[in-house]
Design a protein around this ligand. Structure first.
Ligand code: NAP
Length: 471
């Protein structure tokens, strides 16, 4: 679906009208649309509070990019000379930075912060340079997971990073800039590579103001091809005939996976067209059919000997305020959006279909976080998805992970059906002043699906341009 206001406001005439009327002017977000493009280009400023435990990994990740690296030369921050990187890191004095200079990214290691007084280092790094972050720039802080901090003072100072980053995201979003925090449990700092690359790259164009946690995990045995991380993997995507599901199928295939596209039998034609375009297979099946879990299990066991990635994307809305909601609206929606996912996973586990290090990714919604008028059934199902992910993540073995994405307003057939005024509000009420594309959700799912995301488990990542509703 197209956003006419976005197009007009980015045309030469429209831009001057929008500016004269002081209306929001959503920028054209940079997305990953050049095959094999480097994940990060331009000038990047990196720094750490003393005692930072993630700086070594940060330097190694940044060193693998084509970016030029600089460290802020401030008394309270770790000097450039103490950062080990394959790429040279040049010291830069804050007062020598011209107002016109533009950084592509600011990256800060805050894991050394243990008291609330230490938080001043965050201010000292970001304050002089935040206005120098360029269009579609990136701000990322690495911290220590607050619930794993040794003292309440440390937990307070680490949790403070979340409020800080959400505010930075709101202040800079109109330029298309995004800001996130990656929390590592102590000893898992080497697991930040996958989320750090994702958050710094154009793949996370519509993700902002988010906190993600990583924990200890085994590193992949062989080096990863970052342009085809899913080579050799077999994936199942439900609801793949259109919208977000179609984008997920195409993105996982782009990253090297063999994708099986599932949708209802009525969508067979569209489903075949998606599968053919990516060299995948189709499974025309209603996931609420009583035998669906067994059909899916046998299919993967017999045809592929197992399954590496399942994306539970199929979902519906049946909106009505609670007092007017017929019970079949409730029953059908909960069955499709929630219960069938559980039944399918149960069968895949019981029949030992999941391969080692398999990935389960569920699709929730910001409606499940904030609630919505007329969506008590939908919001319940999408909150339920979050509860399911958080609980199951603690029980998984064999390197299997489960995470969820929670999309905000995404331009699809589902949102095209929303009445005009509500649709316009949904589109604009976020820090980036625009709706997301199905590909934005797909990129987040590809990130969770990557073998490099072994330490990423039990997370719910909003893909909503930092929607004003919810957390
Ligand atoms: P969509 O365009 O309606 O696509 C969903 C697909 O799932 C449709 O092809 C649908 O088929 C299929 N499906 C429904 N019930 C099924 C069943 N029982 N068995 C197999 N397939 C079934 O929706 P979308 O906008 O791409 O959304 C995809 C997911 O993202 C959903 O879980 C949705 O709740 C979530 N989400 C979307 C947004 C958004 O802004 N679009 C925001 C937050 C979350 P039918 O033709 O039969 O419906």
């Amino acid at each position: 679906m197209s956003d006419l206001y976005h197009k007009v406001s980015n045309s030469p005439v429209g831009r001057s009208v929008v500016s004269a009327l002081n209306l929001p002017a959503p920028v054209v977000l940079e997305r990953h649309n050049r095959p094999n493009a480097p994940f990060l280009e331009g000038e990047v400023l990196v720094s750490a509070a003393p005692g930072g435990k993630a700086i070594e990994t940060i330097c190694s990740v940044l060193g693998a990019s084509t970016a030029s690296l600089f460290a802020l030369d401030q008394k309270t921050l770790v000097p450039a000379g103490e950062m080990k990187s394959k790429t040279k890191i040049s010291p830069l004095k804050a007062d020598a930075i011209d107002a016109k200079r533009r950084f592509k990214a600011l990256v800060f290691d805050a894991t050394g912060i243990t008291t609330t007084e230490d938080l001043k280092a965050v201010y000292e790094f970001f304050h002089p340079v935040i206005r120098n972050v360029g269009k579609c720039g990136r701000v990322v802080i690495i911290g220590t997971e607050p619930s794993a901090c040794a003292t309440p003072a440390m937990a307070a100072s680490q949790k403070a990073l979340e409020g800080f980053i959400r505010s930075v995201a709101k202040e800079t979003g109109k330029k298309g800039v995004t800001a996130q925090v990656i929390y590592a449990t102590p000893g898992s700092e080497n697991q930040i590579e996958s989320p750090l690359r994702f958050f710094l790259s154009p793949r996370s164009a519509y993700v902002s103001g988010q906190a993600i946690s990583v924990s200890k995990a085994a590193k992949p045995k062989s080096a990863l091809d970052w342009n085809a991380p899913l080579n050799g993997k077999v994936a199942l995507v439900t609801g793949a005939s259109r919208g977000i599901g179609e984008a997920i199928a195409k993105t996982l295939a782009r990253d090297g996976a063999h994708v099986v596209c599932l949708d209802v039998p009525q969508a067979k034609e569209a489903l075949e067209s998606v599968a053919t375009s990516i060299g995948g297979n189709t499974l025309a099946l209603d996931i609420t059919e009583p035998n669906a879990p067994e059909v899916i299990s046998s299919y993967f066991k017999e045809k592929f000997g197992g399954l590496d990635i399942v994306v539970h994307n199929a979902g519906i809305t049946r909106d009505k305020t609670l007092g007017r909601m017929p019970d079949h609206f409730w029953d059908l929606l909960i069955d499709i959006n929630l219960s069938s996912e559980e039944r399918i996973n149960d069968a895949l586990f019981a029949n030992e279909v999941f391969n080692k290090n398999a990935r389960i990714v569920c699709v929730s919604s910001i409606s499940g976080i904030a609630g919505n008028v007329g969506q008590s059934n939908y919001a319940a199902s999408k909150s339920g998805v979050i509860g399911y992910v958080e609980s199951l993540s603690k029980q998984l073995k064999g390197g299997i992970t489960i995470n969820a994405v929670a999309p905000g307003f995404i331009e699809t057939q589902m949102t095209a059906a929303i009445p005009f005024m509500i649709r316009e509000a949904g589109r604009r009420m976020n820090s980036l002043n625009q709706g997301g594309q199905p590909e934005d959700v797909a990129e987040a799912i590809a990130f969770f699906s990557s073998p490099a995301s072994q330490g990423v488990n039990g997370n719910v990542l909003r893909v909503c341009g930092q929607s004003l509703i919810g957390k």
